[in-house]
Unconditional design. Structure first.
Length: 69
């Protein structure tokens, strides 16, 4: 039987949503092994002087719970 854990992470980028998702996955992979799925939950942007200056994505990252020996 396998068990999957899901966490929420917010990624940010000034380049766009794709890059924000990549940033979230890259950051999470520093401390999580075996990421198997990423679901984008929400997308928002920051605006300054009537221009979009940054993108934020809330993602749910899934990875297996490792069995102890």
């Amino acid at each position: 039987m396998s068990v999957t854990k899901v966490i929420e992470v917010v990624g940010h980028s000034s380049q766009g949503t794709d890059e924000a998702v990549r940033e979230a996955v890259t950051a999470a992979s520093r401390s999580i092994r075996g990421i198997s799925r990423v679901d984008v939950e929400t997308i928002s942007c920051e605006v300054a002087d009537d221009q979009v200056v940054g993108w934020n994505v809330l993602v749910k990252i899934s990875f297996p719970v490792e069995r102890s020996a």
